[in-house]
Design a protein around this ligand. Structure first.
Ligand SMILES: *[C@@H]1O[C@H](CO)[C@@H](O)[C@H](O)[C@H]1NC(C)=O
Ligand SMILES: *[C@@H]1O[C@H](CO)[C@@H](O)[C@H](O)[C@H]1NC(C)=O
Ligand SMILES: *[C@@H]1O[C@H](CO)[C@@H](O)[C@H](O)[C@H]1NC(C)=O
Length: 490
């Protein structure tokens, strides 16, 4: 068989696989029936929030030093060559250094270089994989709003230059059609009618995470300033009325920086800003029973170990580093209690609320319910909050409207290792029950290797096909010149 025929046959053989794989990758939300949950009456919910958690863009802190020479042993070898010539015994020395540097080149420099390029390729592909998830799920599911629930970046300990590079990748590649929420919106605590401003579906409501600004023990004004400048405010709210009538039910989104609600903090003034927001906006604001609140924050609320993947855990910096919080899996019980009381406790037992966060990567759903731990003392001050797995039998009992409670969804990470998850949150006003209702669904792209594999198969199929055509052209050219030659000799 001729080479061209072989190549073309191979590419024809690969073609169906390439097509099927590509169609799947570019329509996966359709194949997986990803959709925002419908309202109780079967209609589309008027508020549909696409939530993405912990993209954690990595960068040069995970790359080898960019200023170091590419292949140091080649430089060393070059020096040895220059010094060696004209010397007595120069030849022998040259041989020795050739051997040592040569060995180092093969055993260290070249593998190192390959590793570095591989890491850069990984980052390049990862940005595009995340962008694929956002673009596709956004297009398929038609959200009205979008939120990223913290840890936009992979580390808070990066230089301003690196912060800028990652921010540029965030806005120009990963969320290419996304827009920052303008400060004139975040400063106003504005209220508008749901659906009137179409731009909301492109605004990215960015929540700060510990890898963006640090935990309480290391949040500084500088890190807060660069985050707010690049992604929007840390603490703010916006309200959406169902319709334009004066007594319309409304939905309040509260974006809350949960990284310094607990103490000790490095900067107490910054902590006071977050506590002040929690107190003034969530505790003291008088909301009617037709207002529901969706809290968007990063760190999950307190729960006993075993309820979600992460159990309670707090670590502190040593005293000579300020002794502040270095790491925490959950907010403390007290802080969680304060948030829950603000939402549905303290005389607003009729209010509805939903808490959305990220941080733990695996994802989890719980129902926080007010209980009497000791049923023999049914005094109000003895009540405590307890979290139950949302879909457990106990959770189902606790979700009964006769109890007071709040649903918390910890959204699974959108990183490839966690299957590129996207969360779909619906909220609607249930006229019959005369209250806001929420529901959550998720949509998974699959690990990033699938994205890579599909594109590699496409490229290989295309490459072999083109090579086959080129070889075919060459073959027919050669055949024609042979005929020409024969004609001439005749
Ligand atoms: C906010 O500012 C932007 C420009 O920075 C402007 O286009 C927009 O109309 C302003 N929105 C409000 C509500 O003032
Ligand atoms: C606004 O929505 C509420 C709740 O669905 C409804 O009762 C009311 O009639 C609506 N008002 C208008 C003007 O559409
Ligand atoms: C939590 O709050 C209670 C009462 O409000 C207080 O006694 C306790 O010390 C607080 N715990 C922490 C760790 O702040």
């Amino acid at each position: 068989m001729r080479l061209s025929a072989l190549l073309l046959r191979l590419s024809r053989l690969l073609l169906p696989l390439a097509i099927v794989a590509t169609v799947y990758l570019y329509l996966y939300p359709a194949f997986q029936h990803c959709a925002f949950p419908d309202a109780t009456d079967g209609k589309q919910a008027p508020f549909r929030l696409l939530t993405l958690a912990d993209p954690q863009l990595e960068g040069d802190s995970s790359l080898p030093d960019p200023h170091a020479p590419l292949l140091p042993s080649v430089d060393a070898l070059w020096n040895a060559l220059e010094q060696g010539t004209g010397h007595e015994q120069g030849y022998e020395r040259l041989l020795i250094s050739l051997r040592t540097h040569g060995r180092r080149l093969l055993s260290h420099d070249i593998p190192h270089l390959i590793k570095s390029y591989r890491k850069q390729l990984d980052l390049w592909g990862n940005d595009r994989y995340l962008a694929h998830i956002y673009r596709l799920v956004h297009w398929w599911s038609a959200p009205t709003h979008v939120a990223v629930l913290g840890d936009l970046l992979g580390s808070q300990w990066i230089s301003d230059a690196e912060f800028e590079r990652r921010t540029d990748r965030f806005w120009s590649t990963v969320f290419a059609s996304g827009k920052k929420v303008d400060s004139n919106i975040t400063e106003l605590a504005s209220a508008e009618v749901l659906g009137e401003d179409e731009l909301w579906k492109h605004r990215i409501i960015a929540v700060a995470g510990n890898h963006d600004i640090g935990y309480a023990g290391d949040i500084t004004r500088e890190r807060v300033a660069r985050f707010e400048n690049a992604y929007g405010s840390l603490n703010w709210e916006v309200r959406f009325a169902l319709n334009s009538s004066d007594d319309s039910p409304d939905l309040r989104l509260a974006i809350l920086n949960s990284m310094n609600l607990d103490a000790p903090a490095y900067d107490d003034d910054l902590r006071a800003e977050s506590l002040g927001f929690l107190k003034q906006r969530l505790h003291q604001d008088h909301t009617s029973s037709t207002t529901a609140t969706i809290v968007l924050t990063h760190i999950p609320l307190y729960k006993d170990s075993g309820v979600c993947t992460d159990g309670p855990f707090v670590d502190y910096f040593p005293e000579d580093y300020g002794g502040g919080i270095k790491e925490q899996n959950h907010l403390s019980y007290n802080t969680s209690e304060s948030i829950l009381n603000a939402l549905v406790g303290e005389g607003r037992r009729d209010s509805k609320a939903l808490i959305l966060n990220g941080h733990d990567h695996e994802g989890c759903q719980v129902y926080h319910s007010l209980i009497w731990p000791d049923t023999s003392i049914e005094a109000e001050e003895e009540r405590q909050w307890k979290a139950y797995p949302y879909n457990s039998p106990e959770g189902a009992v606790r979700r009964n409207p006769s109890f007071v409670g709040v649903r918390e969804v910890t959204v699974r990470s959108m990183m490839g290792d966690f299957d590129g998850n996207a969360g779909l949150v619906s909220a609607w006003w249930d006229d019959a029950a005369s209250e806001w209702k929420f529901d959550y669904a998720s949509c998974e792209a699959g690990v990033q290797h699938i994205w890579w594999a599909v594109h590699v198969i496409d490229l290989v199929t295309l490459g072999i096909g083109i090579a086959g055509l080129l070889v075919l052209a060459l073959e027919s050219l050669a055949a024609r010149s042979k005929v020409d030659l024969r004609k001439k000799t005749v």
